[in-house]
Design a protein around this ligand. Sequence first.
Ligand code: MIC
Ligand code: SF4
Length: 640
Amino acid sequence: MEKKTLARKIIDEHIIGENEKEYALKIDQTLTQDATGTMAYLEFEAIGLDRVKTELSVSYVDHNTLQSGFENADDHRFLQDIARKYGIYFSRPGNGICHQVHLERFGVPGKTLLGSDSHTPTAGGIGMLAIGAGGLDVASAMAGMPFSIPKPKVVGVVLTGRLNPWVSAKDVILEVLRRVTVKGGVGRIFEYTGSGVSTLSVPERATITNMGAELGATTSIFPSDEVTRAFLAAQGRGDAWRPLAADEGAVYDETIEIDLSGIEPLAACPHSPDKVVPVRELAGKKVDQVLIGSCTNSSLKDLMMVAAVLKGRKIHPETSFAIAPGSRQVLAMLAGNGALADIIGAGARILENACGPCIGMGQAPKTGGVSVRTFNRNFPGRSGTASAGVYLVSPEVAVACTLTGCFTDPRDLGAYPDITLPEKFLVDDSMIIPPSEEGETVQISRGPNIRPLPRRGPMEDRIEMEVLLKLEDNITTDDIMPAGAKILPLRSNIEAISSYVFSGIDPDFSSRARQAGAGCVLARENYGQGSSREHAALAPMYLGVKAVLARSFARIHRSNLINFGILPVIVGQDTYEGLKQGSRIVISGITAALEGSGALTIHDPASGKRLEGSIQVSARERDILKEGGLLNYIKSQVQR
Ligand code: MIC
Ligand code: SF4
């Protein structure tokens, strides 16, 4: 009998269909967060069903929690009504970060989870096959449609040994990032195996699977074992457990070996999560700000360690220090056991249990500041201060830096504190509102900032367009559609948010795009890495962007482009070099390319150049593009 990897087993249990390039999977659970959720639910409404078809769907509010105007509060109200009406659990603002809460309260080993947030793989920490996607893909999963993933390679990450004191799960994933880079995970599932697995707790595993998103991976997964059982039992959810692991002798497409005892404290330097160096190489460098939180590192375990180190000490007078616990459960338990008092006593600023500074909602560093964060992304400008340098580290490194005011290897702090986690967590789900049984009677309130979805007509065969912007490798969705406290409240209003497309790189982009009528963007490798925000496709589509010409694309963003009828055209170095910003080009024969080999000609009439490009899509993606996007495609399927 075939010896299977764990990923393979869960895929096999959920496969509904398959073509030469993709598996279509049944999705058991979905999650959304508010910054992507309003669009996802407008899309779900456009599909036109009365109730979600999943086993469980949860709507979280954790990103846009800063209410500096009516917009976010209106979005929260809309999301709460939608949830009540369509059969979705609603996790209120104040209940915590979607990934942390989902792990604690809803995740089930062996199930599939699709989330409109790129860090959805956090739930891989308890053995779920958890995947991030654009809102429209999540909306169609809620409508009961399968979700397609490119057939992945499964990478076995074999862990041996045990982490040394002061070295933690964050260092493990930083080590993987150092080796694999931010584009090395594309098309792959990272499955953790080996004797080292049982030495890691569930929150530690979740830190690793969470930041697997930064590899560009489809997802990451740990087995479900005794450690998982104990975690679920401590959450009062022992029934959700089932044991799951790869078969003995399962063969992986690739393997990576990591001896946990050989890892040391690491840091990802500005401005990419894979620019990883040992902390001791940075030792002594002044630190202006330390932030502990985000869906990567804000578990009870992380914050209990921080509290134990800070107990009876004071933070450095020149370092600003804040914490944002991952969930209300974590915050309530820290408050209950006194650890919060130790953190406050040391001089910490206590932030709301939400994404907060991770998505640029407050705590922007000072001009040119050095900010040390336990988060997962340090893309340029994401902190809110373009000139700041953000370093990504473990909570152990972060707390050491806040005490000394400079980069410090935490092993210099002396003995590692003794932290015991309780056998039972504090369970209080009163901030999770179940759906109404009588959905049809629920009225949806829509604030004035919640605007209808823009749509595109069917795909043209020939498009004349301007090369609006020429870019380099690894362009992030934060570059394409920036976030932060000022722009995020516009997530439900595509017309308004579209003025900020590429605003950090080129403030004139949106006006140029509007003027050009039709345009494209030219880039190199790994275009669209990072967030799942479909606004990075939807808002350019609204501005008339018809194609992105790049050497390669990040998985989620590539799907978002297709979902909104933007052609993802793969180009070689010749074409990249042959075109410049401002060129007016003609792409013709699009229908034939979609139906045939994919080869396209890109004509630059001014210079007379004829350059090559290609569209590499599955049959399903071809049909979506021909219709001009996924929503049009779903409508036409339904009509048929
Ligand atoms: C992020 O970390 O970039 C976000 C904000 O959580 C995004 C989602 C979004 O842009 O709303 C993500 O990771 O998908
Ligand atoms: Fe929120 Fe940051 Fe996690 Fe994204 S990465 S979900 S912004 S905490």
